[in-house]
Write a protein of this length. Structure first.
Length: 542
């Protein structure tokens, strides 16, 4: 049975060699791969209403979300308060309705054309002109035959992600649904079970064949929920098996590096600090010192709020490693953060005679080659960088300590790749994200956990204030006032540029508004991950 599932998808109806190449580009090569290409969302036929029924619902006071099927009659774009508004007029068998977007007009203009059929989901309103309207709705394109089919059945309809590679071979939503549906009917009963029988019985889980069928063609949402639960259970089950195995293998490996944790450089560093370590920092350092003194490699997660002093704890660990004759690697999630760490840490370690260097992707080749050579020869005691540190050409002479900042940004494999650059080095990973104990045991079961749970003395409390968008003028006034007092501000946007996620503001567009309107009296700069390193460096220096 399993051999049938390993056959190429090209032998399925409506695919063939050319389309099989397109499927291969998105990681679907075999029939089993196709069966595991699950829907991204579902359309519930039982919630599809006519326009006349929806109008009555709104009149009666209904404020929930509804789904309606309609055909595009026409589209229009107009301006209101300098903003482009895009409107689509549609109709079903009982009347007309309209969809409207207040952002992203250019994007949607290319999606809606006269005669197209769509399933639209949103909260309905009746405008002052008496029109049934949906603002910023979710929508899915249908073909005409499919729209009629949806109206005449009580099924839950799956919708699949449709990458451009499939579109290039004329595979649309409808044809992809038919291809997968055919494969499910033919092969979903031939999949080999992946969970032990006692686990299935103990947790009342459905079998894999029934689960696959239900995910692609559920009879109801209760059945779909059970199928999803089964797949989530399987994923976390094998993840936990992997974590437990990794921890066991790590503990039974050959002897790690045992360090002496007292030295003159460490004493000098501690006495130079302009503050006292908190009781919580001292407690965590005691745990780390025990790890470093033992013959087993340290593999520890350090969590603590921003400003709680995690970096100082990491620096003390680094000093211990260097004074024992080993090199250290400090890995940060972004080039900007790596650069900030480098500037601060190198200044703090310079009096000890430590050589610190930064390694990031945006450096010139000549500069990078010198740094790589110095790492390999052991001239550099501490190298700070990003993902560049796990590249194959980065060779350490004697790596003894690995520090990874913002643990949630790096996976187990990335941690492992960096750790392999030394003879079982000690590993300290840090996060400012508060992780509940049960969750940390689940996700980071291969790590021992330490927590810094108090802030340094005399630190001003951080105020977090929530304001609605109608308060933006007052917020901009506050920013300008603080700028006049010599302070800086930063504004974070969730997107770089506009996309279909219209509820999110984009940095590029709003930077221009800030620069030319709201904060035109100030020097405003834009920085994001797509920019070249030198551009980002210049802005940060300014």
């Amino acid at each position: 049975m399993q051999s049938e599932l390993s056959k190429s998808v090209q032998y399925l109806k409506s695919i063939g060699p050319k389309r099989a190449e397109s499927f291969s580009k998105i990681g679907i090569n075999t029939i089993q791969d196709l069966l595991y290409y699950f829907p991204s969302k579902y359309l519930d036929r039982t919630n599809i209403l006519s326009s006349i029924r929806i109008v009555q619902y709104v009149v009666d006071g209904y404020v929930g979300e509804v789904t309606i099927l309609g055909k595009v009659v026409d589209t229009e774009t107009h301006y209101y308060n300098k903003k482009q508004i895009f409107k689509v007029r549609m109709k079903d068998a009982t009347g007309f309705f309209e969809c409207v977007w207040f952002q992203g007009a250019k994007f949607f203009k290319d999606l809606f054309h006269e005669g197209d059929y769509f399933a639209v989901s949103a909260k309905p309103v009746i405008t002052k002109y008496g029109h049934l309207q949906f603002a910023h709705p979710d929508f899915d394109r249908l073909v005409e035959a499919e729209s009629k089919e949806f109206l005449n059945t009580g099924k839950i309809i799956p919708f699949y992600r449709l990458p451009k590679q499939l579109k290039e071979t004329n595979i649309g939503d409808f044809s992809l649904r038919r291809i997968i549906s055919s494969a499910v009917e033919l092969y979903s009963g031939k999949i080999e079970e992946t969970l032990p029988k006692n686990i299935l019985n103990e947790h009342a889980l459905s079998g894999l064949n029934d689960t696959i069928h239900s995910l692609h063609s559920p009879n109801n949402f209760d059945e779909l929920s059970k199928a999803r639960h089964r797949m989530k259970f399987e994923e976390i089950f094998y993840f936990e098996c992997m974590v437990a195995l990794r921890k066991k293998l790590f503990a039974t490996k050959s002897v790690g590096l045992s360090f002496k944790t007292k030295s003159a450089p460490l004493k000098q560093f501690l006495s130079s600090l302009p503050f006292e370590l908190t009781a919580s920092q001292l407690k965590v350092l005691s745990e780390i010192r025990k790890d470093l003194e033992s013959s087993s490699p340290m593999n520890r997660l350090l969590q603590g709020d921003v400003g709680s002093g995690k970096t100082i704890v990491a620096l003390i660990s680094i000093i211990i490693a260097v004074t024992n004759g080993y090199q250290c690697a400090f890995m940060a999630p972004t080039e900007i953060l790596a650069d900030q760490h480098f500037k601060r840490i190198s200044k703090m370690l310079e009096p000890l005679g430590f050589k610190t260097e930064i390694l990031i992707g945006g450096q010139k080749k000549s500069e990078r080659d010198v740094i790589l050579a110095n790492i390999a020869s052991g001239k550099i005691n501490l190298v700070i960088g990003t993902h560049a540190l796990i590249e194959e050409n980065v060779k350490f002479k004697s790596l003894g300590m690995v520090v990874i900042d913002e643990q949630h940004r790096f996976g187990v494999l990335q941690r492992s790749q960096l750790s392999k650059k030394g003879t079982i080095p000690n590993v300290l990973v840090m996060t400012a994200t508060p992780i509940p104990r049960t969750l940390s045991m689940t996700l980071y079961g291969d790590l021992d956990v330490s927590t810094i749970d108090e802030m340094p003395k005399n630190r001003k409390p951080i105020k977090t204030i929530l304001r609605g968008e109608n308060k933006l003028p007052a917020i901009f006034d506050f920013v300008k006032k603080k700028a006049s007092e010599g302070y800086q501000s930063f504004i974070v946007y969730p997107l770089v540029e506009e996309s279909e996620k219209l509820e999110l503001k984009a940095a590029v567009k709003h930077f221009e508004e800030l620069q030319n309107e709201h904060l035109k009296e100030l020097r405003v700069a834009l920085i994001h991950g797509r920019m070249k390193w030198q551009e980002k460096e210049n802005i940060m220096n300014e």
